[in-house]
Design a protein around this ligand. Structure first.
Ligand SMILES: *Cc1c(COP(=O)(O)O)cnc(C)c1O
Length: 323
């Protein structure tokens, strides 16, 4: 897997701060791409090794992870069952049926919906029991594909970013991205630490408060380093999350997200998403405005994908479109 690392000259100029670069993990290639594809490269290999014939995973209604898991299963000729939790309570038909949900169905995966607050891990185990009872061999992928096997995909991404930056003779001062189920940040942190690169990572939270988010990322980063035989390489201070840009909650639009999505689209023709990369970019833009980064610094924003969810959030952008 290989995605471009590009400069964003117009967005950098408008903000007047550091030089902003973008790692195009929206271009990972699996049915509109995204960060889960890197994790699935390892998770699906594990499923194949275990001779599974049905993968089961869970996410929010507009889960990019579920959509990429369906796509990976299609490519491997496996069955896929996805469990979608209604985390927002939205009733807009575009939210319920368009974007990722439409693609799930187009690719032939049965979707099952669950009320907010359902124990989704227990629900997946129950579905796995049903699959076994029918003679199938299930493989459960945790939400977001975030376990040590999945996080290996972002260790790979850390290696890729460092190699590309070296080829471009680019000094990377910080890597910034949206953090949710923690696998992306855990893999990047373990990878950059294992490479002894000194590149700091900043996760912009989309759901949990800072303390919980950092604890989740740290635990998974340590487990990932253990899996790689690099135990002890990740230190607690390597894990930094800023959770000031969540707004009202997971999947709920914020004015900063709408501004960030519109700026990226209008200045760089980059399509972010409303739930993750839009809030991540909103955080980056705000921190640039507050002087968190110096002029002369080079910041790499990891575009984790998800733009197909824009079609299920159109009303949030009405005002921005009218301007
Ligand atoms: C899942 C997701 C993230 C968050 O990645 P985690 O590894 O779950 O922290 C960010 N952006 C997009 C578009 C996603 O789908």
């Amino acid at each position: 897997m290989h995605t471009p690392l590009e400069h964003m000259p117009r967005l950098s100029a408008v903000l007047g701060g550091p030089q902003l670069y973008i790692k195009r993990d929206d271009c990972t290639g699996l049915a509109t791409g995204g960060n889960k594809t890197r994790k699935l490269e390892f998770l699906m290999a594990d499923a194949v090794e275990q001779a599974a014939d049905t993968v089961i995973t869970q996410g929010a209604t507009q889960s990019n992870h579920a959509r990429q898991t369906v796509a990976a299963a299609v490519r491997l000729g496996m069955k896929c069952i996805i469990l979608l939790e209604d985390r927002t309570g939205y009733t807009d038909p575009n939210y319920l049926d368009s974007g990722n949900v439409f693609l799930d169905r187009l690719m032939g995966a049965p979707t099952r919906t669950y009320a907010a607050g359902t124990d989704m891990n227990a629900a997946m185990r129950a579905v796995a029991d049903d699959v076994r009872a029918e003679g199938g061999k299930p493989y459960i992928i945790p939400g977001g594909g975030s376990n040590p096997i999945g996080a290996l995909g972002y260790v790979n991404c850390a290696i890729e970013i460092l190699t590309q930056a070296n080829d471009m003779q680019l000094r990377v001062d910080r890597v910034v991205h949206a953090t949710g189920s923690a696998g992306t940040q855990a893999g990047l942190v373990a990878g950059f630490a294992g490479l002894n690169s000194g590149i700091p990572v900043l996760g912009i939270g989309v759901r949990a408060p800072r303390e919980a988010q950092e604890a989740n990322v740290f635990k998974l980063a340590c487990e990932t380093a253990d899996l790689l035989g690099m135990s002890g390489v990740v230190r607690r201070e390597h894990v930094v999350a800023n959770c000031d840009y969540v707004g009202e909650g997971y999947g709920k639009p914020t004015p900063g997200m709408v501004e960030a999505v519109a700026m990226a689209a209008r200045l760089e023709a980059i399509l972010l998403d409303p739930v993750y990369s839009g809030k991540g970019m909103a955080g980056l833009i705000d921190l640039v405005r507050k002087g968190e980064f110096k002029k002369g610094e080079n910041i790499v924003f990891v575009h984790t994908g998800g733009s197909v969810a824009l079609f299920s959030y159109m009303p949030a952008f009405e005002k921005a479109l009218g301007a």
